[in-house]
Each structure stands twice: as structure tokens, then as C-alpha cells.
Design a protein around this ligand. Sequence first.
Ligand code: CIR
Length: 263
Amino acid sequence: MSQSYNFTHAICRAPSNSIVDGLRAVDTGTPDLDLFRQHHAAYVAALRATGAEVTVLDPLEAYPDSVFVEDAALCLPKGAIAMRPGAPSRLGEAAEMVPHIRAAYGEIAQITGPGFIEGGDILVTEREILVGKSARTDAAGVAELRTIVSGWGYVVRELQTPPDVLHFKTDCSLLDEETILTTRRLAASDCFSDYSLIFTADGEEACANAIRFNDSVIMPSGFPRTAEALDKAGYTIVQIGNSEAAKLDGGMSCLSLRFTPPG
Ligand code: CIR
């Protein structure tokens, strides 16, 4: 069974009223909180439909972006690590996540700095952990992660997130042991030369952030040509509305921590 996309558990966090103040690269309008909640509920339902146990944490008003739980922690089969988000307004989200990952894992590790690293920059495949440096993740953050996880037997490969792309996984997703969904601009750096690739359709780059979760590939709705390509390739596609999270540069991976607790 593949450890990189088969999971028994997930942690999500309900969107807070303060989400309207969430970070965004370009202002394309204020997220509609009711619609955000509907999309979030559909997302949680899609995770649960695969048989996983999904915990939905209470909203955190002090952290407008805290619905994007992926950035606060990394959960691996052999251990969990609290991240150190590079966005100052998000730094405290890691400490908020600590008790929840500790409840699942017992002992956990923590990135203590001085570097920064966010979960959105980390793609875990069956054989390695790819980390893209970005405006949120620096070399010192990657180095500290490497020190922690190499003790658990994982290999870290440091890469570069393309300029003006928020996170490494904004532009790619794992589909199975050998296959990655990616934009052409990210793949152009040859970072995936050892993998089979499926490219997002031209003009549909915004759906590169999907997740393989058990038997489902959960992707944002509104990207029909990429959805068709994934369907033809044999994946079971579940499409979820993402218009409101997208206003805050969020997508499918950001909304959950996915893991199988050890033992
Ligand atoms: C941020 O800028 O941090 C949030 N508005 C969006 C975070 C998206 N997270 C992710 O891609 N892992």
C-alpha cells in the first residue's frame, strides 16, 4: 500500500470569520464566507467518503489563513513536524497545530529556526521529499527539515518554486507512486525528470494543486480539460468548488493534513 497517498486520517480547520483578511498576492475580491464554508464542507465530505477519519478543528479568528492547515505541519509515516511559516501573520499557526499532531503521533519534531518552511512547499512522493524554496521557505528551513527527517530515513531534494508562484505545490500534485500532475512552467526546471507527468491544460494551471487521497483525486472544479485528461488516465476525480479559497491563493492540498498515525 502506498504511503504517499493512502491515509487513514486528516485534520482540517473550519474557516474563521477573519478569513476575509487572509493573505493574497493579488486582490480579486473578498471571499464569500458562506460559500467558503459550503466548499469546505464538500471538501471534508470528499475526504470522509474515502473512509478516512477527518477531524475538523475550531476556527481560529486570530489567524485569518489558518484554514490552510497544510502550511503549519508536515505529517510523514515516521513522524510529524511543526513547520515555521515564513509569512509573519501565519507564524503562530504552527504552535496552534502542535497539540493536534502530538495527539496523533505522541512525540513530534519542530522547526525552530532561524529558517522558515511551509508545508505547501513540500511534496512527499513514495521515494523522496521534494521541497521548493519560495518566498515562504528558505534554505535554512529546508536544511533543518533535512536534519530531522534524514534521521527517519527520508531523502530531501531541494528545488526552487518558480518566481511569483506562492508554493511549490501551487503548481504540482502527486497522483500515484510514479505520476505527478504539474504545470509546464514548473516542469520546465526538470525537477520531475524521474517521474511520469500529466500537464495541466493550457489556461488551467490553477488546478495543479490537487490531492491524491486514497482512491480519489480531489481537484478544484472548473478545469474541464485537465479533469478529462485525469479521467482518461484512469483516476477517480472528485471536483470541489474552490472559488473562495482561490481568492486567497489556496487550493486542495492546503486545506488538510493527511496522514496515517504510526503504530
Ligand atoms: C497564504 O498566502 O499563506 C494563504 N492565503 C494561502 C495558503 C495556501 N497554502 C498552500 O498552498 N499550502
